[in-house]
Design a protein around this ligand. Sequence first.
Ligand code: SF4
Length: 194
Amino acid sequence: MKKRAGVFVCQCGTNIEATIDTEKVAEYARTLPGVAYATTYKYMCSDPGQELIRTAIEEHQLEQIVIASCSPRMHENTFRKAVVGGGLNGYMFEMVNIREQDSWVHHDRDAATKKAEDLIRMGVSKVLKNKPLQVSTIPITKKALVIGGGIAGMQAALDIAEAGHQVVLVEREASIGGKMTQLDKTFPTMDCAA
Ligand code: SF4
């Protein structure tokens, strides 16, 4: 697979841009081996931002994508869909967090910009090693096996059964109860252990 990575640096309005010089970061990204294209945009997750990604993939024949923006918890799926929309496998993509892990936690613009460059360099190194993955669906049997019929095993079996699933409880001794059956009374209720 060709190494033609595209790097997209989001400004998040001023959330990122106020602390990180994104144009400088994009300029730096263009010097990295394997990077064919790098750009910035104000709101990368917006519809025009996603369109920018799809168009750039086609125009610059990009094969790997790095998006430097917020936490993957926010927009990993958004960007994966954009990458797929651009015709690439959705796993030829890495998201680099320069907001929560950089612009939001630093005040020094020069240092934060340098950190963004480091994070993006690592993201590029990673994405250039990525391989296309396929999502598969595997049928499962909703049935559980619990090994050990002590208190924990018995309770686990009951909980699973109450959740509506079939359970098989396996115990090597002649009776269930485990250590509990060796006790007389249990604190604090002083109930009969058996
Ligand atoms: S992608 Fe993330 S960092 Fe960029 S504008 Fe959207 S929320 Fe902000």
